[in-house]
Design a protein around this ligand. Structure first.
Ligand code: SAM
Length: 272
């Protein structure tokens, strides 16, 4: 891991071009940025085996966050090279926080099927993914997982000690699916499907997930030294959980501001 100080200095020039993310200091862009002109391949035609066979892929990078669209980035990475995916895609909810922050791609599902197909491809045979989701759109998420080839083998609930919103009920939980590619081994001591939840105050991202929820998932479904992927990295919470538990990590984030926040967060934590 490059020292945080060196990273700040080397990347100040890059950051001055992308601007300061929502008032945070400008530093720690990690240089991995797949702008459209850098992308060597057109996005694949989904379901076209011929196109897939013709693709050139690159060795998977580690311990970095790629600035780009995971629908375009993941097909360029070596198939079968990720040990576990822990992700939190947009919930298709048009969410706006009280201070007006939104989540890119939360207003459309065009990315949903291609993203899960691409995620399936980069996962190792017989491995797991955990994906948070918004329950009002459960049908669309289920359809996307199954179209990609995943089996839904578990469901996690995270009860909150506070109410996020209220209408017909007081909404006080988050949820996630456990997805299997192939036939991963069953754990000797399965973890509970009810997970802790601590309020993050959403300081770094409007839907920032707590480390106390993410760490038990990393521990249960990946091994030390394995590679944990989050294709919807946001502020990098799942990657930080992986880093703190001695895993390699790889993120993809579409939004330049959140990408910079996550890169800074991981660099500072890694240098500490
Ligand atoms: C629900 S948020 C993740 C929040 C994260 N769990 C955290 O703790 O900060 C989803 C993220 O996915 C990003 N995103 C949306 N579409 C994307 C895409 N096609 N490729 C990569 N990132 C995407 C959004 O910019 C957003 O930051």
């Amino acid at each position: 891991m490059v020292g945080a100080k060196a990273l700040y200095t080397a990347q100040l020039a890059v950051n001055s071009q992308i601007g300061s993310p929502r008032g945070l200091p400008q530093f720690a862009h990690d240089g991995w940025r797949l702008a459209p002109s850098d992308v060597p391949l057109s996005p694949p035609t989904w379901g076209s085996q011929q196109r897939e066979a013709n693709m050139t892929t690159i060795d998977i990078p580690r311990n970095t966050i790629i600035h780009g669209d995971c629908v375009q980035v993941l097909p360029q990475l070596q198939a079968g090279s990720v040990d576990f995916a822990l992700t939190d895609p947009p919930y298709l909810a048009r969410y706006k926080s009280r201070d007006g922050r939104g989540v890119p791609n939360d207003d459309n599902d065009r990315w949903l099927n291609p993203a899960f197909a691409a995620l399936y491809r980069v996962l190792a045979p017989d491995s797991f993914a955990v994906s948070f989701y918004g329950w009002p759109r459960a049908d669309r998420f289920m359809a996307a997982y199954r179209a990609a080839g995943f089996r839904v083998v578990g469901h996690f609930v995270c009860p909150k000690r506070y109410t996020s919103s209220a209408a017909f009920v007081s909404y006080r939980h988050e949820c996630a699916h456990l997805l299997a590619k192939g036939e991963p081994a069953k754990p000797q001591r399965p973890i509970a499907d009810v997970l802790p939840w601590d309020y993050t105050a959403n300081k770094l991202h409007p839907t920032q997930k707590p480390l106390s929820t993410l760490k038990p998932l990393v521990l249960a479904f990946s091994r030390p030294g394995g590679l944990v992927l989050d294709p919807f990295a946001g502020s990098g919470s799942s990657l930080l959980a992986a880093q703190q538990l001695g895993r390699n990590w790889l993120g993809v984030e579409l939004d330049a501001g959140y990408h910079a926040i996550a890169s800074t967060r991981l660099a500072v934590a890694g240098a500490a």
